[in-house]
Design a protein around this ligand. Sequence first.
Ligand code: ADP
Ligand code: MG
Length: 251
Amino acid sequence: MNEELLKVEHLTKKFEDNVVLDDISFTVHKGEVIVIVGPSGCGKSTMLRCINALEPVQGGRITIDGDEIVYGSKNLSSLRQKIGMVFQSYDLFPHLNVLDNILLAPMKAQKRKKDEVAKEAVELLERVGLRDKAKSFPRQLSGGQKQRVAIVRALCMHPEMMLFDEVTAALDPEMVREVLDVILGLAKGGMTMIIVTHEMQFARAVADRVLFLENGSIIEDSEPDTFFESPKTERAKEFLNIFNFERSKEK
Ligand code: ADP
Ligand code: MG
């Protein structure tokens, strides 16, 4: 097993009295792909937001490369650069073209030279099939294209790991594939990732481990074949049955 990269230990997160994450612990090793599944409202997004220090936590600790990630701390910006995050809503700046959207953070936060970042940005755009869109504005792109730009923008910061929160949930079905293929490519390239998704076939294909979250607790932590073929808990069985039912309806 590769070395540990991210460690979540006894994480507890509350919104007032509402305990949203209840004593969560897991470790992500370098190069590992963790998929998190679970019903709506179980705390998936909140967990990713805590890992990216977008939320204060009420207990436990999160470390990357041994450094603790603390909401509001001074060294946060350098720690946060180790983690790239892509959300459901691609928050590109509407007044900047694709290339300028990508260049912004590496130039501002990492003080890198424009030429060097632009060269890399164009290479990454090529890799996701969007080389010809460098000068386009977000409004001229489809949802799937915007989401691929958002992924490139995160990659251009050279993160040590990527977090994906339901990045295809708002896309039309024909665009889902093109975005998932980019993520599969990252997995093949060895990127460490935590992926929240409702795309179960994709989850099975990409995951090294599946965490099933319910009511703020991890109730299963399994290899994908085990999780999808013979889940240990009744709750996971019920959850997966809903997806099988949806699929059989589509046929
Ligand atoms: P999921 O991503 O699994 O659907 P979330 O992490 O978005 O779930 O939400 C988990 C729980 O936390 C829900 O009950 C939600 O209502 C609550 N929650 C999320 N964000 C906030 C917030 N900013 N303030 C109060 N409650 C919140
Ligand atoms: Mg969510």
